[in-house]
Write a protein that binds this ligand. Structure first.
Ligand SMILES: O=P(O)(O)OC[C@H]1O[C@H](O[C@H]2O[C@H](CO)[C@@H](O)[C@H](O)[C@H]2O)[C@H](O)[C@@H](O)[C@@H]1O
Length: 270
């Protein structure tokens, strides 16, 4: 891990980066919010731009592509809406892989009634906090506090912690002005990337998995790929430490990076 600002910018170091791709079969794993779409005030407004959609269509012709997100799987598929791309929702607990193969973590399914109970308790707890908003995904409940008054933000976390104290088999994750209440299991985006690589028959040493993401939950994937693949962090204004190898400044740089992958000479198509 190193400070975000010390991570070299991918586009500025393109020659060096593209040498690491040479002779390898590249597989792409892309986060959604903050990576393919800019962060916006309301989750339902985070729509893919036409430019990014066009880029993804071309990308998927050249490389295996999976979108790995904290979003609910059906919502994610609806937003992206592309065939020939694989999808992992609920932070990797709910996957739609190649050949119609799907995966839902069994231990996670067993905890769904507990998640339902926590969701009800969270809703009751937030009744008195204007701006707090719940977003239910199959395997997690996002507690958005972006629209909560600054002075009351700590109250949101207290409600989440109180609910979790009654549900020790659930845990709290973090993100951009959001807490995620999810099964306390050893499963995350990095494990989902492994599952997808296996399902795609891409476990060999000639394969280079490349993960692009902007948030804390993407760090699990960067760590899993350390020494094995490449991690690119979309850094925005953030200053936290990261395990990523390279950085991109924003969503537009993500698109430019993906375009370079499409057009690079000697690229290893699938
Ligand atoms: O793993 P991701 O694809 O990055 O999803 C992470 C969470 O993203 C969404 O929330 C965040 O983006 C919203 C839209 O820009 C923003 O309004 C919100 O404040 C952010 O926290 C999504 O709503 C969550 O379900 C995802 O887990």
């Amino acid at each position: 891990m190193r400070p975000m600002r010390e991570v070299p910018l991918a586009l500025a170091r393109w020659e060096e980066l593209s040498r690491r791709l040479e002779g390898r079969r590249v597989a792409l794993f892309l986060d959604y919010d903050g990576t393919l779409t800019p962060i916006v005030p309301n989750p339902e407004d985070a729509r893919l731009s036409e430019a990014m959609r066009t880029t993804l269509v071309a990308l998927a012709r050249h490389y295996p592509v999976a979108i790995v997100s904290g979003r609910d799987l059906p919502v994610l598929k609806g937003f992206v809406g592309l065939e020939g791309v694989f999808y992992a929702g609920s932070h990797g607990f709910d996957i739609e892989g190649p050949g119609g193969r799907s995966f839902q973590l069994e231990e996670g399914k067993a905890l769904l009634p507990e998640l339902d109970a926590a969701e009800r308790e969270l809703a009751a707890g937030f009744a008195g906090i204007p701006g707090a908003r719940l977003e239910r995904k199959r395997f997690s409940v996002a507690v958005h506090w972006r629209h909560v008054e600054e002075v009351r933000a700590a109250e949101v976390e207290r409600v989440v912690d109180a609910v979790l104290a009654r549900h020790p088999r659930l845990r709290k994750g973090g993100g951009k002005k959001v807490f995620e209440v999810q099964p306390a299991l050893d499963w995350h985006k990095g494990r989902a990337v492994h599952w997808l690589l296996r399902a795609l028959g891409l476990e060999g040493g000639d394969v280079l998995p490349v993960f692009l993401g902007d948030d804390l939950t993407d760090e699990d994937a960067f760590q899993v790929l350390e020494g094995r693949g490449l991690g690119l962090v979309v850094r925005g204004e953030e200053v936290r430490p990261t395990a990523a190898d390279f950085a991109l400044r924003d969503v537009e740089e993500v698109r430019q990076f993906l375009e370079r992958l499409i057009t690079r000479t000697g690229g290893t198509a699938r």
